[in-house]
Design a protein around this ligand. Structure first.
Ligand SMILES: [Cu+2]
Length: 381
């Protein structure tokens, strides 16, 4: 080795050492910032993560080689050093080389990528099926064949949203009823929407599926660690797009069975409640809860709405008009404006009776009348 070559070699080694040191501390920093993809808790999510890392390092290596050659040439063969450019046209060897090498690299990348894609799309032979429906702005989960379905709503207190109290660590990532699934079981998700396009996204499960009205998309997961995994709607779907989070609770099979039994009993009980008669105060209190959870986003907690977009309930001609018109609006939605959705399929008879009673008597409406669940049942039929 000539002296010159040795010195270049030494400098190169030093450069590489410094670069690898910088890369390491940078990687630690990136980890701390949480910039990288999560590894997740399923075999698919781990495959996607390792695919992502592999390809990233391929790109880094290619970048280092290409830019290395480029900068080396520019520095060492610069004009001020009297370098003379080679002057040749068409090198078959060169062209073959720069076609073959990328071809081989792409081939190497395609193998794991294709294997992972095939795995992602194989939602067959699931142990459990859940129909996920996106609504403005909440998710509905139907456990297919289990006669169990419920809505999952944001549970972050209004005080935190309006900066009246400190925000908790799961701010806007918490719901009243999480989707509960057992670990080590293949769970198939059928994803659709009721109004506009939403997207069901849980990074730890590596599931991100568009929820499109009129279509059913399939996805699946098999979680191998009990835990709580959080996600969000990933398709801009209107005013409260940022307020329809997803929480998946993965539990051991036993715990899942117990939860399922309890949840089914509770919904059977709710059905039985529809046959009972309630006092005005019971209806009003329940109605207030339903209103604040489901209606206040548009009509506002004080009933004043956001005219002209969302009409006021206070002194509203509908809420202070004929009972059957009011009930019809809540069950079937507005005939002229789809923003006022049909709550008939979403709410129990009791909840509808309660919220109508509440609207007719809150905000100074003072209609003095009330509705029983049985009336709602009759109106629905
Ligand atoms: Cu959405």
């Amino acid at each position: 080795m000539s002296d010159r070559a040795r010195s270049v070699f030494r400098r190169l080694c030093l450069g590489l050492f410094v670069a690898s040191f910088a890369a390491q501390s940078f990687a630690a920093e990136v980890e701390r910032w949480g910039l990288n993809m999560t590894e997740g808790v399923t075999s698919v999510s781990r495959n996607i993560h390792s695919l992502h890392m592999n390809i990233l390092w391929w790109c880094v290596a290619i970048g280092v080689v290409v830019f290395g050659v480029m900068f080396y040439s520019m520095l060492v063969h610069r004009k001020s050093k009297g370098a003379k450019a080679a002057n040749f046209h068409e090198s078959t060897l060169l062209e073959v080389v720069w076609t073959i090498i990328p071809f081989i690299i792409l081939g190497i990348m395609a193998v794991p990528a294709t294997a992972t894609l095939i795995e992602i799309y194989d939602s067959e032979e699931a142990d459990i099926e859940v129909l996920i429906t996106g609504y403005q702005w909440k998710w509905k989960y139907d456990y297919i064949g289990q006669e169990l379905s419920f809505f999952s709503l944001l549970s972050t207190p209004k005080d935190e949203i309006y900066n009246r109290s400190e925000k908790n660590p799961n701010y806007l990532l918490e719901v009243d009823e999480p989707l509960v699934i057992p670990v080590d079981k293949k769970v198939r998700f059928l994803v659709t929407a009721n109004d506009v396009i939403h997207s069901w996204w849980v990074p730890d499960l590596a599931v991100k599926k568009d929820a499109i009205p009129g279509y059913v998309n399939a996805a699946w997961t098999k979680v191998d660690k009990p835990g709580i995994y959080r996600g969000q709607c990933a398709e801009l779907c209107g005013k409260d797009h940022g307020f329809m989070p997803i929480v998946v609770k993965a539990v051991e099979q036993q715990e899942y069975d117990a939860w399922l039994a309890e949840r089914r009993a509770a919904s059977a009980k709710l059905k039985a409640l529809s046959e009972q008669t309630f006092s005005f105060d019971e209806l009003y209190a329940q109605g207030q809860q339903v209103y604040e959870q489901l209606c206040a986003a548009c009509h506002q907690a004080n009933g004043e709405g956001v005219p002209p977009m969302f009409p006021a309930i206070k002194d509203s001609p509908v809420a202070t008009g004929a009972m059957d018109k009011h009930l019809d609006m809540v069950i079937n939605g507005s005939p002229s404006n789809p923003t006022m959705a049909a709550f008939g399929p979403q709410l129990s008879e009791l909840d509808i009776a309660a919220v109508v009673t509440y609207q007719r008597n809150a905000f100074g409406n003072n209609m003095g009348d009330q509705l029983q669940p049985i009336d709602v049942l009759k109106a629905k039929q």
